[in-house]
Design a protein around this ligand. Structure first.
Ligand SMILES: C[S@@+](CC[C@H](N)C(=O)[O-])C[C@H]1O[C@@H](n2cnc3c(N)ncnc32)[C@H](O)[C@@H]1O
Length: 284
């Protein structure tokens, strides 16, 4: 065998034909993988409404939760061990949340949204869609309590993950999670318990938690304030449009919708911008 490592290739440089200007098209997202599809379907959720890319990033966490090496093994394991489904769903759907997440938004809720609502109604109805383990809705409840509006208020938190809802109902958080609550509100609204800190009974009593699919039937009645943050980023555009339409139709006249930092409510729903990430339904 000849050693050719010293030989330089001296071929003729090919001249490429002039190319037509490339069209800027958004590449279609791949379809949802088999494990994500299986987990969602088993949980009673419609895999078609989810965007594949964000969930694809979670598949390895899902494999770890199921203690398997491949998606097909994961599907097999779930067939044998349906009790592992909640853990797999928790790994697949990101539940990151924190108290007073995106502080300027909660400042606006405190300084302008609640005062505006307080002048019109005594019993406010507030809904957190995709509430995860409850930090968002408890933050709102704390602001209501501070404004003297909690008594008689109805607060509802919904999420499709049963484990998240059970945890929200329990209302126990690790000390670390209270960092964003602050030194004044922390001791006022949390009791020290062996597992960490528990939201005080009065605040917990004002909140109802439900396992519910935001892409299915929505709660009845009108709400004065709806938080729908960091959920629609995981959904397909048609599902996002349906959800926002459903929320808009459940906003009381003059009611507010709060969305996530990277999210926008669609136009044509009778909502006007009332601050960063905050929309208001017109009064009648
Ligand atoms: C990133 S967390 C957002 C939590 C909170 N809203 C916040 O912004 O801090 C997204 C939540 O949406 C929930 N979720 C995903 N799909 C859902 C669906 N179809 N129906 C209800 N909740 C859903 C997830 O379980 C997760 O708890």
């Amino acid at each position: 065998m000849h050693d050719l490592t010293h030989v330089r290739f001296q071929g003729v440089r090919q001249v490429r034909p002039a190319q037509a200007p490339r069209r800027l098209t958004v590449p279609p997202e791949k379809t949802l993988g088999p494990l994500a599809t299986d987990v969602l379907a088993r949980a009673g959720l419609d895999p078609q409404v989810y965007r594949p890319l964000p969930l694809a990033r979670r598949v390895s966490a899902c494999l770890r939760a199921l203690d398997v090496a491949s998606e097909s093994d994961g599907i097999r394991r779930l067939r044998q061990r349906p009790d592992l489904l909640p853990a797999a769903l928790d790994a697949l759907l990101i539940g990151v949340s924190e108290f007073f997440r995106d502080p300027p938004v909660f400042d606006a809720v405190r300084t302008s949204v609640l005062p505006s609502l307080a002048g019109r109604r005594t019993r406010l109805r507030i809904w957190s869609v995709g509430c995860s383990t409850g930090a968002e809705l408890y933050s709102a409840a704390i602001l209501l309590a501070e404004a003297g509006l909690l008594a008689g208020a109805e607060l509802l938190g919904t999420d499709c993950r049963a484990q998240a809802i059970a945890s929200a109902r329990e209302g126990v958080f690790e000390a670390d999670a209270l960092k964003t609550v602050g030194r004044v509100l922390g001791p006022r609204y949390f009791d020290s318990v062996p597992a960490g800190f528990r939201v005080t009974g009065a605040v917990r009593a004002s909140v109802t938690w439900q396992v519910a699919d935001a892409t299915g039937e929505l709660p009845k009645g009108l709400f004065d304030l709806v938080f729908c943050r960091n959920l629609v980023i995981y959904l397909q555009p048609a599902a996002v449009a349906r959800l926002f339409q459903g929320i808009a139709s459940r906003l009381a006249p003059g009611g507010f919708l709060v969305v996530g930092k990277a999210e926008r409510a669609p136009q044509g729903l009778g909502l006007t911008a009332a601050g960063r990430g905050i929309y208001r339904r017109a009064d009648v």
